[in-house]
Each structure stands twice: as C-alpha cells, then as structure tokens.
Design a protein around this ligand. Structure first.
Ligand SMILES: NC(=O)c1ccc[n+]([C@@H]2O[C@H](COP(=O)([O-])OP(=O)(O)OC[C@H]3O[C@@H](n4cnc5c(N)ncnc54)[C@H](O)[C@@H]3O)[C@@H](O)[C@H]2O)c1
Length: 666
C-alpha cells in the first residue's frame, strides 16, 4: 500500500501484525501503577472505542499487557510501517494545503531523529505527547487527508473528536491539551487520567505540532548564555575561558552545549542517560564525553588554561559534579540546571547515588522511596550550589522548576524574606526584561517543500528584513536586533537542522510581521517553492502564563492568573491562525502553567497576507499590553511605540505610585 493510501485508510480494518519492542530506540520509562481494578477496566474500554468489535478480544488482552508493562496503552501494534519524517508537502494526500502542512508538522514531531520517545509518541520533556496512542495518530491523519477548507478538526488531548463545519478563515485545527477542572490538576491526576486515556500532557510544542528539534531552543539558550555572560562581565569582556556548568542532554537541555559553543565558553553538561549522551555525541552537539570525575576536573582545568571553546558531557549525575568542583575549588562562572523537574517523580530527575537502571525500576516499583531519594538529592544539589554561589558563581533557574521542587524538598533555597527564592529565574533576570517585555520571542518557520535551498533563501530574506529594520530601531532594542542578525547570519554554518527544514529567530512584533510578509511574497512569486509554516514556541511574550517561568517577571500579583494565555489563543483563532492550541502544564509541570500557541500557513495568497498582519500583531502585542499593565518598563515603552504605529490600538497604561505614599498606610 502506498504512503498516501495508508494515510487515507486511518485505522486499518484488519489488524496489522504485532511489532517487536525495539530496545535500540529510546523508550519512555514505565509509568507508575495508579489505576484501581475498575479504572483499569475503564482504560481498556476507552482504548477499544477506536476499533471494530471483532478485534476487541485480541486487543483487550494486548492493551491490558501494555498497561501492566508500561503503565499506559500506546497501541504499539498500530505504529505505522512507513518512515516517520516531514515529507515534502505535495507527498501528503488531501484537498487542503493547510491540512497537508499540519501533517508535515505532525510527522516531524514523531520523527525518530527528533522525538525523545518516538514509539510512545513523546516528543520531548519526558512526557510531552503529540498523541496518547497510535489510533489517535492514524485517525487524525485520516481526517486531515479528507478535510476541506471549510471544516475544522477538533482535537481533545490527542483524541480527534472530529471534523466540524466552519469557514475558510477559521483555524483548520483547534487543539486542547490537558485542560482540567482546576482541582484535578495535580501530578497524580495526570498519571491517572492519562492512564485512563482521556487526557495528555502536550508540553509546549509537542502537542501543538510545532517542535522543530533542539534548534528551537539553541537560539533562546544562546541568548540566555550570552546575556548571562554580559551580566557577570566586569569590564565588558566576553565568555572566553569561563565555565558554564549545567545538566541534561535531552530534548531542550541538549541545546545547552551547542549554545555554549556559540556563546564562546567552556560547557560541562551532566547527563545520566547513556543512550541520549551517545545521540548528542553523534550529532556533534557535544564534543567530548567523560565518565570519570577526576578526569573531568583535569580536562576542565586545561580548557580554562587554554581558554578553549569546548562542550563536555559528563556521563553521570549533576550533583556529583557540583560537589566535586566545590571540593577541587574549581570556579564555576555560570551555573544552571535542566533536568526535567517539571516531571520529578516519573523520570524527569534522577537522584544521586542510584544507578540509572535502579532509579528507573524504583520509580515504578517503589514510588514513595523514589520521591524521598529525589528530594534528598535536591537538598544535596542545593547545598553544593550554595557553596559555589558564595564563591561568586552566578546561578539561574532554567525554567525547569528546579527552585520550586528544591523548595518543596525543603532545601536551603529560600531568600531571607521567605517569599522569594535565593536565585533568579532566567526569565526574571534575562529573557523577561531583555526580550519578552519588548516583544522579542521565539518566532520560527518551516519550509514545507523540505528543501534546504528554500531554507537558505528564507534565512537571507529574514536577515535583509532585520538589517533594514535595525536602521530605524530605538536604542532600547539595538542589542537584540544585533544578536538576532548575528544569529541568522551564522545559522547555516551552525548546521542546526534536525528534522524539518526549520529556522528559529527571535524577533519582535514588527520584525515577525515584516519577515512573514516577505516570505509570503516569495511564495507568491515562486522564489520559495512551497508554503511556509509560521509558528513559535509557547515560551513567548504572550502565549504563556507561568508564574515561575515566562511570567516570573510580572510583579503585580497577576502572575498566578492565566487570562493572557487564554486571550492569546482565542484572539489568534479569529484573526487568522491555521491552527491554535491551548495546554495545561507545558514546561514546568501539570497544573503549574497554561500555554497557548499557533501555526500559520503562508501560501502566497492575499488572504494569507491579511491574516499574518492581523494575527501576528495581536499575538505579540497582547502580551506586551499585559506586561505594560504589570508596570514593566520595557513593555510600557514597547506598547506606546506600537500605539504610535497602529492608531486602532488603544491600550490602558498604568499610573505609577510613589513608594512614600504606601509607607504609613497599615
Ligand atoms: N532550554 C530551554 O530554553 C528551556 C526553557 C524552559 C524550560 N526548560 C525546561 O528544562 C527541562 C529539560 O527539558 P528537556 O526537554 O531537555 O527534558 P528531557 O527530559 O528531554 O531532558 C532532561 C535530561 O536530564 C537528565 N537528567 C535527569 N536527572 C539528572 C541528573 N540528576 N543528573 C544528570 N542528568 C539528569 C535526563 O536523563 C534527561 O535526559 C524541562 O523541565 C523544560 O521544561 C528548558
């Protein structure tokens, strides 16, 4: 059967043969057993809804086994035989170019070279799912292959509810992931309802089909490391010879060593998982692997002496490195952590002193003990970090809930006022005031031709647009513009593509609109050979309400509200997005954040031009307006500038209060 026919058939009428479990690829850890007997039966009943009755007897047993063995029902048997990657758009069956572009994006999210646990449909972050099971994937692809431009596919946490009549300017797909009644949003609720097959954790870009491999994050990480370097520079010197210690070589964390190289420092990144370490080595994202702590110390000392730009993976636990470098008095200039602490009890964080294999076993068989070990490890890690910061290390939280989980583990991590943490998050100190408040965020695009030459051309176009804009930019954003131009100029040379022909480029509202318009024109006049998909990470100005990350530099109390993310996605959906998504839990954990995103197809048409202008303007300025209302200086500047450009924009600006007035009130 051809690839197109396989897509069109959806769930096959006859059962495909059972697939052997492939131990050579990276699999999701076994999830803990959480369902009662009655709930397990419900999970099987739920899973069987996708299949004709005649298959139920066989599948019931098979799914029960999956539930027992892996803690979830993935329906492995239905994993398609064709290769999973983002094909050139014309290879997808269907009537709607927009729907075909979405298929391109979905397959990229599940590509073996891109996804963290491809057979479990997990793209990154340990639990960031595109779908819960293979039936959902097959059915979604089928719907996309048959839909028209006056229909909208509705997706509930991976489950395609169906095609509904709409109109040509409506989104083709509306996705919700993990949206819960607020009282049911604890970590164990995810375990339970995900095991039942009724919800999923979509992370940020996994469940919204917008993940573009680690490149997406390399850029943001480079900006973060560069600016962290600027913060610690005493005389404006660069990062040469300075040491950056961190952890994780996974989906996003794997970008750190590459970013460290681009920023020009020595990066040591600890990773406990040998398979992932090998993948990063073979991709060239790290240059050296060391398994012995003494050798690591010797190597780092040499790198410091020679001011090398080098990235080193330490295969082992990060806690060991913090402690060893303290003992050896090895000075760390910049420190962070990117273990997946948004998911601490199910494989996101491996406790020190226990082997990787034993930890995997313990988290499934003895979750209570595992939790104790994680918390003990976090206390040890914090103590070691505190010793380093006392010597001058600049430590920042990398949005992985390290500070939050360390505080929950009663580590010595609270500031003297008992409210704040001892250390800032990278958003509080760097990304918030320097980027988000001015509207700069992780704008990205994908060439659906899958042709590297198209990508090269888009890089040139984007660079020209930014260089032109920089000439008239105010001084407040000159540094951002310069960093982004430098990034796009080096993008080809840095060989950042893994999976689809995609590019990330931080840009503000004006930059995003002007670049998108130039792309649409290039598609129209045939210079670019197929439509371009625009999107962004949810980790942006407007898309995400997350009090310990994206909105951690909001200080008016509203950081615990989620109005902005909801407004964002509603607004995008009626201003022309091709698909929209709203998620519970991306990045920092289930119940801790609401995040929304969009995808937009530029097919060279006049309608696409109207849509991009209307939607991108809102998509950025919605967040700037809110940041301005929270009294953030940069955002106040940026929103006033936006109002000058667009007279139809009228935003409420705050009046500032003299501190002296508040002193004797209570
Ligand atoms: N890169 C960014 O810009 C960014 C931004 C915001 C948040 N984050 C957060 O960073 C975290 C990591 O994301 P990811 O996609 O890389 O997740 P991931 O799960 O793919 O990778 C984390 C890695 O850490 C390793 N690890 C866990 N405990 C360890 C330990 N004690 N010592 C050494 N290694 C250990 C795991 O084996 C895993 O490979 C997430 O919580 C994510 O939300 C990243």
């Amino acid at each position: 059967m051809t690839f197109q026919d396989q897509i069109k058939q959806g769930i096959p009428a006859e059962l495909p043969s059972i697939k052997a479990y492939n131990p050579t690829i990276n699999h999701a850890p076994k999830r803990k057993e959480i369902l009662s007997k009655a709930e397990k039966e419900l999970a099987i009943r739920n899973a069987l809804r996708y299949f004709e009755k005649k298959h139920h007897a066989i599948l019931a047993k098979e799914f029960a086994n999956e539930l027992k063995e892996f803690g979830r029902i993935y329906m492995y048997r239905f994993h398609p035989d064709y290769e999973m990657y983002a094909r050139p758009i014309h290879e997808y069956p269907g009537k709607s170019v927009q729907a075909k572009a979405i298929m391109h994006m979905i397959q990229n999210n599940l590509n073996y070279a891109v996804a963290q646990h491809p057979h479990e449909l997990i793209t990154y972050g340990g639990n960031g799912a595109v779908f819960q099971n293979w039936a959902q994937y097959l059915l979604t692809m089928k719907y996309l292959s048959e839909m028209d431009n006056d229909q909208t596919l509705v997706v509930y946490s991976g489950h395609p509810m169906g095609l509904f009549p709409s109109h040509k300017n409506a989104p083709r797909v509306v996705v919700t992931n993990g949206m819960m009644i607020p009282n049911y949003s604890k970590q164990d609720d995810w375990e339970k309802f995900n095991a039942l097959g009724v919800t999923q954790y979509g992370q940020m870009t996994a469940g919204s089909y917008m993940y573009i491999g680690p490149q997406g994050i390399v850029h943001g990480t480079t900006i973060t490391v560069l600016n962290a370097g600027r913060k610690i520079a005493k005389n404006g010197e660069g990062l040469a010879g300075k040491l950056f210690l961190t952890s994780g070589l996974g989906g996003m964390s794997g970008a750190q060593p590459k970013a460290g190289n681009i920023a020009g420092c020595i990066t040591v990144c600890a990773e406990v998982n040998p398979k992932i370490t090998e993948v990063r080595l073979s991709q060239g994202w790290i240059e050296e692997k060391i398994t012995d702590l003494d050798k690591l110390v010797t190597r780092v000392k040499k790198a410091k002496r020679n001011k090398e730009v080098i990235s080193i993976a330490y295969l082992g636990n990060i806690v060991e490195v913090w402690e060893k470098f303290d003992k050896e008095n090895l000075y760390i200039d910049l420190g962070s952590d990117q273990t997946s602490l948004h998911n601490p009890w199910a494989g996101g964080y491996y406790p020190v002193g226990i082997s990787f294999e034993d930890a995997n076993e313990m988290m499934a068989k003895n979750p209570e003990l595992f939790k104790e070990k994680v918390q003990e490890s976090l206390r040890r890690q914090t103590t070691a970090i505190n010793r380093h910061t006392a010597k001058g290390t600049y430590f920042f939280d990398y949005g992985n809930a390290f500070l939050l989980e360390a505080s929950r583990a009663n580590a010595d991590i609270m500031a003297e006022n008992g409210i704040d943490f001892k250390y800032p998050s990278y958003v509080q100190d760097i990304m918030g005031p320097m980027c988000f408040d001015y509207g700069f965020g992780p704008f990205r695009w994908v060439c659906t031709s899958a042709n590297p030459l198209d990508l090269e051309l888009t890089d040139t176009i984007a660079c020209e647009v930014l260089e032109e804009l920089k000439k008239g930019s105010p001084k407040e954003i000159q540094q951002q513009m310069a960093d982004n131009i430098q990034w796009i100029k080096g993008a080809q040379e840095n060989k950042l593509v893994v999976g689809s022909q995609a590019r990330i480029l931080y840009a503000d509202a004006e930059g995003r609109m002007k670049i998108a318009e130039a792309f649409n024109n290039a598609v129209k006049n045939g210079k670019i050979t197929a439509p371009i998909v625009l999107g962004r990470d949810h980790h942006d100005v407007s898309g995400t309400d997350s009090p310990y990350r994206e909105t951690s530099n909001i200080y008016d109390g509203s950081q615990f509200t989620a109005d902005m993310a909801i407004q964002n996605v509603i607004g995008d959906s009626f201003r022309g997005a091709t698909w929209v998504s709203i998620h519970n839990g991306g990045g920092v954990g289930w119940g801790e954040v609401i995040n929304g995103g969009f995808g937009m197809v530029l097919d060279g048409s006049t309608e696409a031009e109207k849509r991009l202008k209307s939607m991108l303007f809102w998509d950025v300025n919605n967040g700037i307006a809110r940041r301005n209302w929270a009294r953030n200086e940069g955002a106040n500047f940026a929103i006033k500038r936006a109002m000058e450009v667009e007279p139809k924009l009228k935003v409420t600006v705050p009046n500032l209060v003299d501190d002296s007035l508040l002193q004797d009130l209570f």
